[in-house]
Structures are given as structure tokens and as C-alpha cells.
Design a binder for this molecule. Structure first.
Ligand code: SAH
Ligand code: SF4
Length: 398
């Protein structure tokens, strides 16, 4: 068996970043309704009007995709001018866009500090899924994941997370058009998966705020059932995800013994399989209609035996679940091979017969390296001092 070892955290710089410190203007994107209210009041909006103004501005930004205060025609001219002086509506910039033979789109997106993340849009017959990143890189070094080999790590802000949805809507022409009602046309971005770069539960607050914004019924308006957060197993944050975000949950399970999971998903050394399952059994609102997705990457000769399948069924007993089998997606230098189709189907069969749905995920956008676990931005750079990185990112302590 191939057993590369991987540490729980690399020697990396994990830096958060406050937004809006570069142009001198505060970004309205990424603020919760309450935060936007406070910001508008601080800029001189009378308190009595603040709630209504938030409602108006919110709709322009998150329903119609407007970026220019001048276009907000239901606001008085001088109020628009004031907003334009104090605030901006900024989303990350698309550097490159690749379109796969199968229609999948991969965006390389630049955020403050010159860092880059990848965002993937996957069109399907009945839906369009946007795979969103939560961090630049990832501090967890799962041995089969390309993102985990990237050294530089920084948390994305809520603006940068919700901004990924907004830039995809820009590119796809997916905003509500003038004269069009909100639910009139199905949205091209109908589902969000937090399955891009990074561990979303290690950037909890920003992910929560961004998803709350995406769920707001007066804006992007995605139901919580259409948002799936995937975690490698940050056990102490799982209950919070249920309580404070309420979205669907996916778990990067990938192994049926602690010994193997320790090498594949090294966070297992901190919270092992038993602790993880305990947290999942308690995940709020568990019911048959809201199953937990167990993601299981199929690695040749590592975790793909019939014994593994039987152990998996035993482990998850009692948890409303579906098991998503992911054929391993290779990346340059990857230490594993994809299991044969035969093995994958035998594995799926055992789980299916035990009563669980076992979709086998079709790799999408492989020709543009957009498939699960292939994302890694080229921003990996020579080590710089913390000070240099902080200055670039606009968070240097003054
Ligand atoms: N960090 C989060 C979410 C991102 S990854 C997490 O780990 O859950 C989304 C899914 O793709 C995870 O289940 C991840 O384990 C899986 N994955 C990572 N690298 C992969 C690869 N090379 N081939 C197939 N799946 C991969
Ligand atoms: Fe990070 Fe998820 Fe990749 Fe693991 S699989 S290194 S947690 S992005």
C-alpha cells in the first residue's frame, strides 16, 4: 500500500485580511444586513431610514448585480453621490476563464494582495453548480489533494466568498434583468458547493456570513438546501455549521480505519473517525430528506476493497446518508492512482445493497484541471516575510 505521510498543518502563513483598506472606500459586498445598516448610518443615513436603504441597496447589489451607485435609480441623486464617495461594490477580478469540452468553466480569480483562487462552474441538465473556494490554499495536507500542496494560505473574506458567486453570475449573465420578476427564470447558478480550495470550517465566520448573504430571499436567494459545505472533519465546528448556517453537509470521509484515514486526511489525527461520527449523529435537523453526504475518493489499492465497503456501511449505521464515490482525479506528481471501474462498481454495489444511494461522481472539466481536488493556484511563491505579505494584503499593523 502506498502510504505517504502528511502533517496536520504545514509551515505556512495563515493570514486573515480586512477588506476595503486599499481604495480607502469600504466595500459593501460581504456585509451582513446589520453591518450594512451600521455602515450606512455611519456615513450619514438617518437611522429611521436605514432599514429601508439597506433593503434598496441590497436588491441592487444582490438581485440585479449593479456595481455603480448611479444606477440605483430609486435613491435620490445626492444620496447616490454620497454612497459613491464612501463605498464601493467590489468583487474579485477574473484573471482567466477556461471552458472545458463538457461546458465546465474554471475561473482563476485575483483577490487583494495579488493572491489567486479558483472557482468552478458545472452546468448540468437540471441545475448549475458553482464550486466556491473558502481559502487560498489549505492548511490541511490531505495527501491526495492538489490544493493541500500549496504553501501560501490565507482566509478569504466574506466579500471574496460571496464575490465568487457574483462574478460567476456576471460571466453567465445570470442576474435578474430589468423588468423581470425574481423567480421568473431559473438561475444558471442554482447550487453552491463549498468544495473549492480550502477548509471552510477553518474560516467559519466569513463562510457563514457569505452563505447568509447568498440565502437572503431579497438577493441571491438560494435555499439552504442548495448549499453544501464540505469539510474534512473539523469536529468542533460541525454543530455550529448546522445551527448558524443550516446548509447541507458533506464529509470528506475517504477511509474506514483510523490508520488509513490518518494518512489520507491528516486532521483525523486530531479528531478520529469515532469522534467525527459522533458529531454527525448529532448534526441538527438530521432527517431522511436531509442526508449527510459522505465523500469517498477511490484510490487504487488504498481504500477500495470490499472489506472497506462493508466497514463503511457499519460505521455510518443510523446516519441518514448518501455516499458519493469520487474516482481519484490525478494531478502532476500525485502519489495515487484511480481505482478501476470494476472496483468502484463493486464498492458501490455493497453500499447500495445496504440501502444507501451511492452516486459515482463523474469527473467534470478534467481537460482544464477543474475536477475535485485538482485546484491549486499558481500564486504559490517564494517564501516572504509575514510583514511583506501583510503589507501586500493591506493588513499591516500600523
Ligand atoms: N476542504 C474541503 C472541501 C474541498 S474538497 C474538504 O476537504 O472537504 C472537495 C472534495 O474533493 C473533498 O471530498 C476532497 O477530499 C475531494 N478531493 C480532493 N482531492 C481530490 C482528488 N485529487 N480526486 C478526487 N477527489 C478529491
Ligand atoms: Fe484541504 Fe480539503 Fe484538500 Fe484536504 S481535501 S487538503 S481539507 S482542500
Amino acid at each position: 500500500m502506498n502510504t505517504p505521510t502528511a502533517p496536520i498543518t504545514q509551515d505556512v502563513l495563515t493570514i486573515a485580511r480586512k477588506d476595503g483598506e486599499q481604495t480607502g472606500k469600504a466595500n459593501l459586498v460581504g456585509l451582513t444586513r446589520n453591518e450594512m445598516r451600521d455602515a450606512l448610518i455611519a456615513a450619514g443615513t438617518p437611522e429611521k431610514q436605514a432599514k429601508m436603504r439597506v433593503g434598496q441597496v441590497w436588491q441592487w447589489i444582490y438581485q440585479k448585480g449593479v456595481r455603480d451607485f448611479d444606477a440605483m435609480t430609486n435613491l435620490a441623486k445626492d444620496y447616490r453621490a454620497m454612497l459613491g464617495e464612501v463605498f464601493e461594490i467590489r468583487v474579485p477580478e477574473i484573471m482567466t476563464r477556461q471552458i472545458s469540452e463538457d461546458g465546465t468553466r474554471k475561473y482563476l480569480v485575483r483577490i487583494a494582495g495579488g493572491h489567486e483562487v479558483e472557482v468552478v462552474y458545472i452546468p448540468e441538465e437540471d441545475r448549475g453548480t458553482l464550486c466556491v473556494s473558502s481559502q487560498v490554499g489549505c492548511t490541511l495536507t490531505c495527501s491526495f489533494c492538489h490544493t493541500g500542496t500549496q504553501k501560501l494560505v490565507r482566509n478569504l473574506t466574506a466579500a471574496e466568498i460571496v464575490g465568487q458567486i457574483m462574478l460567476a453570475r456576471d460571466d453567465l449573465g445570470d442576474w435578474v434583468k430589468p423588468g423581470e420578476g425574481m423567480g421568473e427564470r431559473p438561475r444558471l447558478v442554482s447550487n453552491i458547493v463549498l468544495m473549492g480550495m480550502g477548509e471552510p470550517l477553518y474560516n467559519f465566520d466569513a463562510v457563514r456570513d457569505a452563505m447568509k448573504i447568498a440565502m437572503d430571499g431579497e438577493g441571491i436567494s438560494l435555499s439552504r438546501r442548495r448549499i453544501t459545505l464540505s469539510t474534512s472533519g473539523v469536529v468542533p465546528e460541525i454543530a455550529r455549521a448546522g445551527e448558524e448556517i443550516g446548509c447541507m453537509l458533506a464529509i470528506s470521509f475517504h477511509a474506514t480505519t483510523d490508520e488509513v484515514r490518518d494518512t489520507l486526511v491528516p486532521i483525523n489525527k486530531k479528531w478520529n473517525i469515532a469522534e467525527l461520527l459522533e458529531a454527525l449523529r448529532a448534526y441538527p435537523k438530521l432527517s431522511n430528506s436531509e442526508r449527510i453526504t459522505f465523500e469517498y475518493v477511490m484510490l487504487d489499492g488504498v481504500n477500495d476493497t470490499e472489506d472497506d465497503a462493508r466497514r463503511l456501511v457499519k460505521l455510518i449505521d443510523g446516519i441518514p446518508a448518501k455516499i458519493n464515490l469520487i474516482p481519484f482525479n490525478e494531478w502532476p506528481g500525485a502519489p495515487y492512482k484511480r481505482s478501476s471501474n470494476n472496483r468502484i462498481h463493486r464498492f458501490a454495489d455493497i453500499i447500495y445493497k445496504a440501502g444507501y444511494a451511492t452516486p459515482i461522481r463523474t469527473p467534470r472539466g478534467e481537460d482544464i484541471m477543474a475536477a475535485c481536488g485538482q485546484l491549486k493556484s499558481a500564486t504559490e511563491r517564494a517564501r516572504k516575510s509575514r510583514r511583506e505579505i501583510e503589507t501586500e494584503a493591506g493588513i499591516a499593523s500600523r
